[in-house]
Design a binder for this molecule. Structure first.
Ligand code: HEC
Length: 158
């Protein structure tokens, strides 16, 4: 049977394959889109925050970069509650901008915010100045997608 050394080697190998499996699982979970920090373009960690369970919308966003909640009235209504509480002070309740830029203008202050992935990056990682990271403040990625659905609604009402 296993001598002590062989047994250790077996444990080591097992630990290694668990590690390797984790790396592969993490890579798969990260999906096809490579998210970048809006401040400095460094790779953005879109792993879950404490207690966060990725929803189907988040998983598909990581794969496709498309917000599954766009046009979904229920998600946008949840997004509105969070927007009014966390964003409206700087971006105005109607999205027309205040201390932070307007979402309604054709020319946004950072071209990045013209794409769903870019807008997600700004909200997740934060940008310069007063625009801080909402992931660091405990906002989940599903909630970010709901807020984005509401911003789309504001844009379409303009
Ligand atoms: C304390 C003020 C403040 C709050 C609160 C705030 N923002 Fe911002 N936001 C800013 C500023 C300032 C900028 C411009 C940052 C820059 O140019 O780098 C900005 C930029 C943005 C951009 C990029 C827009 C563009 O045209 O470049 C998006 C998207 C955005 N904010 C979304 C949000 C959302 C969503 C929330 C709420 C969850 C929020 N912000 C809360 C101040 C704020």
């Amino acid at each position: 049977m296993f001598g002590t050394l062989t047994f250790r080697a077996v444990i080591k190998r097992a630990a290694f394959s668990v590690g390797a499996a984790l790396v592969i699982a993490t890579a798969a979970a990260a999906g096809a889109i490579e998210f970048k920090n809006a401040l400095d373009d460094s790779p953005l960690d879109v792993g879950p925050i404490a207690g966060e369970q990725f929803t189907d919308a988040v998983k598909s966003f990581h794969e496709t970069g498309k917000n599954a909640y766009k046009g979904n009235a229920e998600a946008a209504a949840k997004g509105k509650e969070m927007y009014d509480e966390m964003c409206a002070a700087c971006h105005n309740p109607d999205g027309s901008g205040h201390m932070g830029p307007s979402f309604l203008d054709e020319v946004v202050s950072s071209p990045r915010a013209n794409t769903e992935v870019g807008m997600f990056e700004v909200i997740h990682s934060g940008s310069s100045g007063a625009m801080r990271s909402f992931a660091q403040r405990g906002v989940t990625q599903d909630q970010i997608l709901q807020i984005m659905a509401y911003i789309e609604e504001l844009k379409s009402k303009k």
